[in-house]
Each structure stands twice: as C-alpha cells, then as structure tokens.
Ligand binder design. Structure first.
Ligand code: ZN
Length: 500
C-alpha cells in the first residue's frame, strides 16, 4: 500500500471501504442461502451503489491514474476503474433492484412434477434417471410457469443493461462486460464456432448410438441427460460420507492441508451442488454444499475446494488485486481440481473401481465434455443474441440453437427465461468454456513434466507460485502464458476429447 501520497491514501481508503461492503454483501448472501435470517440485500447494495455513483470517487481515481504511483498501486487503480465502469450498469439502482426482485422469484419457486412439489435437485434427478418419458418431460418443463411469470422482467433487465452500456459508449452490454475481463466478444464467438464444428460429428454419432441402444425412435430434449446418465459410474462407489475424506486426502497429498487452511464447510439443502464464498480473502472462505451419493457430487466438491484453496492462498494486500480480472481463470482452477476425480489412478485406487469400470468411464469422458461444452455454448450464445435484439422471437431462436447444438428440436417455449444466469450472472457462461481450456492446458503441461500429479506436492508449489499468490497482480492471460510456456488455446481441450 502506498500511504506516502494523497493519491495513494485515497486508493487505500477506497479499497478498504469497498472491501468492508463486499464482506457485508457476501455474508448476507451466505445467510440467504443458509436460510437462517432473510438479509436486506437492497439496503447493502444501495450503500455499494453510492460509492460507485459518487462522481468524486471516479474523478479522484482518474487523477490518481495520472500521478506517480508504484506499479502495484497503479494496477489496483486500473482494476478499480474497470469496476467503476461495469458497476455503472450492474450497481445501477434500477438494475440491482430489478435483479433482486427477480432473484427472489427464482429462489422461492417450487417446481411440480407428477403432481408433487419437488426441489430443483429432485427435478434434475428425475430428468436424469426416470424411466418413464412422460415424467421426464414434466421435469424438463417444470420451470415453465416461473419462466412465463418472469419473462417480461428478465427482458426489461436485459434492455436496461444494454441501454446503460450504450450510454457508456459500448456497443452493447456483452462487449463491455467481456472487454473489462480481458476478453473479446468476437474472439469468444469464433472460439465457440470452432469448438462446435470440431465436436459436431462425434457428438451427434454418440447421441444417436445411445438412443439406438435405448431403442428410442426420436431423441427428445428430455432424453439427453437420461441417455448420458445411464452410463454413469455406480453411486455406491461414491458415498456422500466419503466426500470430505476424499477431498482432504487428495488435496493433502498434493500439498494442500485443508484443515490447516481453515475453510469453513457446511452441508445444506441449497439449490446448487455447491457454492464457495470468498467472504474476506484470504482469511474468511466458506463452502456451502448439498452433497448426495454419486460421482457428480465428488466433482462438484472438488471444484468448490479448487475455488477455496485459491482464495486462501492469494497473497495480495490490495483489495482490488485479490482476484483475477476474469472469473474464467478462477473457474479454470476449480475445473483443474475436479479433474482429479476423473483420473484413472484416482478412480481405481481411491474409489475402488475395477480397471474395466475405469476404462469404460474414461472412454465416455470425451462425450461428457462435449455435452457440457455444447450445452454451455448454446445457452451463452442465446444470451448474446438476446442482448443484440431483445424484441426478436427468442423462443424460435432458442429452438434453432438447440437443434444445432443439442441435435433436438424442442417445441418453442419460454423456458430460457428461467435460467438464473440471465439474472444473477449476466454474460458469465463463456467462463465455463474458457475454464475447460485453462484446466486442460495446465493439466497437460504438468503431466508432461511429471509422471503423476496425484500425490505430487509439486502441484501445490506450482499452483501457488504461478497462479494463487499473484492474485490479480498478473493478468490471467499472462499467468497462463508464463506458467505453461504458451498462450491459452483450445488445442489441449480438443485433444482431450479425441479431436485434433
Ligand atoms: Zn465454479
């Protein structure tokens, strides 16, 4: 911290103020999911908004930027200016009030399937495991009443973000949001097109093969998860009570002492598999998870612990540098750690699967990745298109995209509007695609150097030195280039799916 100049002091005070507010907001959001007492999010957000909408703060930041600063404070100022820019949209009072109002609808909605009120995870399980296609269809459409109820307001929020971004001189909201994260909407769309083309034939053939095996004449949208799920690893090999020991052992063997790091973990019935809260980085990091028996839940918890160890090991004093400019990198780290649960040695030695079971799983893994990628790209692209023209026939467009990416032709419906990402995480979904690339590139680089990553303490040394400790002091693109000797590219990911 630079307290020697007026500008340095201003930056330090601004960061302290924003950090304090961010702790309050994270704690309140955490409470909301914990369900203990309903916090007043609007009240906290109104105080955050005041900071970002006080023109004197931005003026002083501009002055600081033009003055002599040490290099780290200069980086912090650069990050703060980006936050001020994006928060003219995200923290605009109309935008956050509307967002919180829709989020409330999303959180309180209870789907009905087969005449019974179910949780979202139960609905997902029906979609994956139910033999009767009529019930799967009901589960597929179970959020339609919610979608119809909030559709107009979701579009209103999207138009508001678009208009506010344009007032700031950007082409549209996605352009603005991505540019501030060292990404580019044109590059992302080219990447999406490449990944789609390269995986299209393999994905289609595999899906047709699965449907023939299940004697389906026609693949419907509610068949896809079910067809893939039939080939899952047995749940009994992945008991719920074994998750935490598996996390502690596997992370421990690679040099991360989970107990010593002091990550708070609570199991609750939340609408997600897991969530990581970096309440105050690096001191206060919490995980909320909703595990059940099954390999999926191991993947989720390893992912969340990837987020948590990262937050715990950031060694930056500036609040503005306690994270990367884009969440794609944090997500990439989380995916890197979830890859351990997909490792042959881990599956046989730790989970006790036979060689045959492990081989079968690994032969299907590329298709799981394709499914995840194609689903994510499909929904990210739909969002970009909606920002371009919120008044177009979105339902028809959604059918077109589903046909191209998922090979199915659903009836036009408003289902897209129930996706919580539109509301709480606008222009976020591309991060999961980039994350798969980031994780695979790091994984392959390390695997070429070392015979095994499991049980190898070099993992924690490498990750902490190159990625965690520098936080936002090194840009995420530089981190990858410097640590893996090449810029981020799709090659490793494509190769991991058997596509070159
Ligand atoms: Zn994540």
């Amino acid at each position: 911290m630079d307290y020697s100049s007026d500008h340095g002091r201003f930056v330090a005070e601004l960061e302290a103020r924003l950090e304090k507010l961010s702790v309050e907001l994270s704690e309140a959001t955490y409470e909301l999911y914990l369900g203990e007492k309903p916090p007043d999010l609007n009240e906290i957000e109104s105080r955050i908004s005041e900071v970002y909408f006080d023109p004197r703060n931005f003026e002083k930041l501009q002055e600081a930027c033009a003055s002599a600063l040490d290099p780290t404070t200069r980086l912090a100022v650069d990050r703060l200016r980006r936050w001020f820019t994006i928060n003219q949209v995200n923290r605009h009072p109309d935008a956050y009030k509307l967002r919180n109002e829709i989020e409330q609808e999303l959180l309180s909605f209870r789907p009905v399937v087969g005449g019974l009120t179910v949780s979202r995870s139960e609905a997902r399980e029906i979609l994956q495991k139910e033999e009767h296609s009529r019930l799967r269809k009901e589960a597929y459409y179970c959020e339609l009443p919610l979608a119809r109820k909030i559709r107009t307001r979701v579009l209103q929020l999207i138009k508001l973000r678009r208009d506010l971004a344009r007032e700031l001189g950007a082409g549209n909201y996605p352009d603005l949001a991505l540019a501030l994260q060292d990404n580019d909407v044109v590059d992302i769309r080219l990447l999406f097109a490449l990944l789609e083309e390269q995986t299209a034939d393999k994905f289609r053939n595999y899906l047709l093969h699965l449907s023939a095996e299940a004697s389906l004449d026609e693949i419907m949208p509610w068949d896809i998860s079910y067809l893939f799920e039939k080939k899952r690893l047995p749940d009994r090999a992945f008991p719920k009570e074994g998750i935490m020991p598996a996390v502690k052992d596997t992370f421990g063997e690679t040099g991360f002492d989970i107990d010593a790091l002091g990550i708070d973990v609570k199991f609750r019935d939340i609408p997600f598999g897991g969530l990581c809260f970096g309440v105050r980085i690096p001191d206060d990091v919490r995980i909320l998870a909703n595990p059940r028996n099954g390999h999926d839940y191991y993947l989720t918890l390893f992912h969340e612990f990837g987020h948590a160890v990262y937050d715990k090991l950031i060694a930056q004093k500036h609040y503005a540098l306690k994270g990367d400019s884009s969440s794609c990198f944090t997500e990439g780290i989380a995916v890197f750690f979830s890859r351990f649960v997909e490792d042959r040695e881990w599956l046989t030695r730790r989970a006790g699967l036979t060689e045959e079971q492990a081989n079968d799983y690994l032969s299907r893994l590329p298709y799981w990745r394709m499914l995840r990628l194609r689903r994510t790209i499909c929904s990210a692209l739909l969002e970009y298109h909606i920002y371009e023209d919120p008044d177009q026939d979105i339902e028809a467009l959604s059918v077109q995209l589903s046909h191209k990416f998922m090979i199915v032709k659903p009836e036009p419906s408003e289902l897209w509007a129930a996706n919580p990402f539109n509301v709480s995480h606008p222009v976020y979904r591309q991060n999961y695609v980039l994350a798969e690339m980031i994780a695979q590139q790091i994984h392959d680089y390390l695997s070429h150097l070392y015979a095994t990553l499991l049980g190898n303490r070099v993992v924690s040394k490498f990750m902490t030195k190159n990625f965690f400790a520098p936080g936002g002091r090194v840009s995420w693109r530089d981190k990858i280039r410097l640590a893996t000797d090449r810029p981020l590219g799709p090659e490793a990911l494509l190769a991991s799916m058997g596509v070159k």
